[in-house]
Design a protein around this ligand. Structure first.
Ligand SMILES: *Cc1c(COP(=O)(O)O)cnc(C)c1O
Length: 355
């Protein structure tokens, strides 16, 4: 048995997946042609259950891509007219900005401190920027941007489109999809699935903008993807197994409002543990900017090394710190596929280790 992983991606997959793989094989899904009724029904049903469980407006569309990284490129390529304005505090937001700059060198960024909540009132964005890019859950430094902040951005900049990276929060917390036109994720985080499938959610306004821009000809031009999606097909032979597994996991899933509460309760218990700990500190000291799905914990280098090693010996893998934070921190994924007994095992371990 491999150790139970608390890494924030790739992360622990749902326990039921073994059976679903077998079902996919036995049902002939793995050889289904992506122009066949079998696939079109799968796409239609997956989009339906996705919207139902995650409270996504009925007129939004779900598209399948290969990763969140691909979505970074697609957004600049097929949606942005002039350039985008990026708001971020960590590595994933910075990477998104880099991909945007590669296509649109005029792209701009506002870099936030991880402990400072964005002050929308003071934010100035030039007229020419037609899209605001927000990393809602920054996995690298365990920060978040609340629905409230996204709402304020929309109010202050009604003529700009908002695109939101929710790669490590979608399906783990409630996201108010009405507040922005473009949302995306990949499935190896809160969806509890193996990597290799990206999700891209577009509002009718985003689709209208794609049509206005009229970019076409690339294998992942959004116009081409949307044309295929109109018939519940994809623009290339897709990850049918990934889509099938997504469908099964979504079908099992409780409403996001129920999941949101469980995520929050667990995170509060972890926070209490860190607050009381003489040896651990929050990576993010401001509770307002602290992620609800990924906890970042810092400590003295030797202690971090020892606790990670002890966790391994107890059958658990803690997520490593990201980039420069690696030696002095670890991260814990607070994702729905982790069961209650597994969560208790982690709490017991952290408590008994004198953390
Ligand atoms: C993991 C992650 C990505 C990259 O996801 P891929 O599926 O590897 O492309 C992007 N943004 C955030 C916030 C992430 O956590």
């Amino acid at each position: 048995m491999a150790n139970l992983t608390f890494a924030p991606g790739p992360s622990k997959v749902y326990d039921k997946l073994g059976g679903y793989f077998q079902d996919a094989f036995e049902q002939g899904i793995l050889s289904a042609n992506h122009r066949s009724a079998v696939f079109m029904d799968l796409y239609r049903d997956t989009e339906r259950v996705f919207k139902e469980k995650l409270a996504v407006p009925a007129d939004y569309r779900l598209l399948f891509t290969s990763s969140a990284t691909e979505n970074w490129e697609i957004i600049t390529q097929s949606v942005v007219l002039n350039h985008s304005f990026h708001i971020y505090s960590g590595s994933f937001g910075k990477k998104w900005f880099g991909f945007a700059q590669h296509i649109q060198p005029a792209s701009k960024a506002f870099v936030l401190d991880k402990n400072v909540e964005l002050s929308v009132e003071d934010l100035l964005i030039e007229e020419e920027a037609d899209l605001i890019a927000v990393t809602q859950n920054e996995t690298s430094n365990a920060t978040q941007v609340s629905n409230g902040i996204v709402a304020k951005l929309g109010k202050k900049f009604p003529d700009k489109m908002i695109a939101v990276d929710t790669t490590s929060s979608m399906a783990g917390v409630f996201l108010d999809f009405q507040l922005a036109d473009i949302w995306y994720a990949s499935v190896q985080k809160c969806f509890g699935l193996p990597a290799g499938l990206g999700l891209l959610v577009l509002s009718p306004a985003a689709i209208a903008k794609v049509n206005e821009k009229g970019e076409k000809g690339r294998y992942n031009s959004l116009s081409f993807m949307l044309e295929n999606a109109d018939n519940f097909q994809t623009h290339y032979t897709p990850n049918v197994l990934g889509i099938y597994l997504l469908n099964r996991v979504l079908t099992d899933m409780e409403s996001i409002h129920v999941i949101q509460q469980r995520t929050e309760t667990r995170m509060q218990r972890l926070e209490t543990l860190v607050e009381k700990s003489p040896r651990l500190d929050f990576l993010v000291s401001n509770p307002a900017t602290r992620s609800r799905t990924v906890l970042g914990v810092s400590g003295e280098e030797q202690f971090i090394k020892d606790i990670k090693k002890a966790a391994e010996a107890n059958g658990m893998t803690l997520g490593g710190g990201y980039g420069p934070l690696k030696p002095t921190s670890f991260r814990i994924a607070n994702f729905p596929a982790i069961t209650d007994p597994e969560f208790e095992m982690l709490m017991d371990f952290l408590g008994s280790y004198g953390a």
